[in-house]
Design a protein around this ligand. Structure first.
Ligand code: ATP
Ligand code: SF4
Length: 323
């Protein structure tokens, strides 16, 4: 069953008379207890998609159209009051620098308690402390952290606190936006293992935004590949990361060390992301695609379903004759 349905989502930032099309026509279904990794180069629109789902876009300059249906409610049409209720309780997020939002002069337990009280004003101090210590246990933090200040924690501990905080109301959807990127490989691996265990225990659904394909390969069931605001390929990790069909996904994977650990030459994708404020025709990847043909420069490819759940937006996948 779908927990989240993003339909034809477009997000435009209006800055200095320019319109930056950061998310374009994205349609994505997230089923309950899915774990889906969103990958793509820097600037491909991954964070903008996450911020749209969380309804945390800077609405003074951003315009979002389409539908984002969470549990039957269209988040784009929901009031701020309702959204405040949904965030934390139903959908929560961990950023790379989530801990920066905590005050340096108050102890961790006190600050977490304050957040708990916003949604549960009648809770007792005992109940709050009990919940926080339970969360610490889940993310492998010692109880003493309750009385620590943020500056006393290592990077790994800080991210564990952020994850504990994101789980404070046992949300159904957890969004991790480069949440473990800044950590050393060992700590990142430990935290990702813990997250996967938590997921089973708490029946969480996870969207994981990262530029690191190996993180998706080891922790997600599904993967969505974004480029210049478009979703280009979507499917099970076991399909997309082993037999990528979209030329962009193929290029992206060839710029990472082999997921099986084999030695191979790394190749980047020549060229760079297009200017998102300039209108374009045809396939957004055409200027960098070695397989581009005439039609690619005039017609935008539709998403074609190859097998159940595996979708690719490329003229090579059929539907159009490539000359
Ligand atoms: P990264 O991995 O670097 O975070 P990303 O894939 O998450 O990249 P976004 O951060 O969503 O991509 O950015 C998509 C596009 O939108 C980029 O061109 C970016 O410059 C632009 N953008 C993002 N936030 C804003 C903003 N607040 N104002 C104007 N443009 C923005
Ligand atoms: Fe390349 Fe054409 Fe496919 Fe775009 S539609 S990825 S340009 S082959």
């Amino acid at each position: 069953m779908s927990l989240l349905e993003v339909k034809n989502l477009n997000v435009i930032y209006k800055v200095e008379r320019k319109e930056i099309r950061a998310v374009r026509n994205v349609t994505l279904n997230v089923e309950s207890q899915d774990s889906i990794g969103i990958v793509g180069e820097s600037g491909s629109g991954k964070s903008t998609l996450a911020m749209a789902i969380l309804q945390l876009l800077p609405y003074n300059i951003a315009e979002a159209t389409g539908e984002i249906i969470f549990d039957g409610i269209d988040l784009l049409k929901t009031s701020q009051d309702e959204l405040r209720n949904i965030r934390w309780k139903d959908i929560s997020v961990v950023f790379q620098k989530s801990m920066n939002s905590l005050s340096p002069v108050h102890k961790i337990g006190f600050q977490m308690g304050d957040i708990y009280k916003v949604h549960k004003p009648n809770s007792t101090n005992e109940e709050i402390k009990g919940r926080i210590l339970e969360l610490f246990k889940l993310v492998n933090l010692p109880e003493r952290i309750y009385d620590s200040y943020p500056h006393e924690l290592s990077g790994g501990m800080m991210q564990r606190v952020s994850i504990a905080l994101s789980l404070i109301f046992y949300p159904r959807l957890l969004i991790l936006d480069e949440a473990t990127t800044a950590l050393d490989v060992v700590t990142q691996g430990q935290i990702l293992d813990e997250i996967m265990k938590l997921e089973e225990k708490l029946h969480l659904t996870r969207i994981m935004i990262t530029h690191d394909v190996s993180v998706v390969a080891s922790t997600c069931k599904k993967v969505a590949v974004m480029y210049a605001g478009y979703l280009l390929e979507l499917g099970y990790v076991s399909d997309v990361l082993t037999r990528p069909k979209h030329p962009y996904t193929q290029g992206l994977l060839s710029s990472f060390p082999s997921l099986e650990g084999e030695r191979k030459d790394l190749r980047g994708i020549p060229g760079s992301l297009p200017d998102l404020s300039i209108a374009h025709e045809g396939c957004i990847f055409a200027d960098r695609c070695k397989k581009a043909n005439n039609i690619c420069f005039v017609k935008t490819p539709e998403m074609v379903e190859l097998t159940k759940g595996w979708k690719v937006a490329c003229h090579l996948m059929g539907g159009e004759d490539i000359e």
